[in-house]
Design a protein around this ligand. Structure first.
Ligand SMILES: [Zn+2]
Length: 63
């Protein structure tokens, strides 16, 4: 599934394919030129938001 955010109304729309016409379901704007991106997994985004100390990694690498 791909996601696009409408630049006109900020509405989020989803589609399984990026091919063909993509119109905003809210304001019917043509979103074909908007770059789609796969929805981010909630778990991954949480992990990415956490600043893990680099020391742990460097220790593992040094061993
Ligand atoms: Zn829209």
């Amino acid at each position: 599934m791909y996601q696009k955010t409408c630049p006109y109304c900020n509405g989020k729309s989803y589609s399984a394919s990026v091919q063909g016409e993509w119109r905003c379901p809210y304001c019917l704007a043509d979103l074909s030129g908007v770059i789609p991106y796969p929805p981010v997994n909630d778990e991954e985004s949480k992990n990415a938001a956490v600043n893990k100390p680099l020391d742990t990694r460097s220790k593992i690498v040094n061993i």
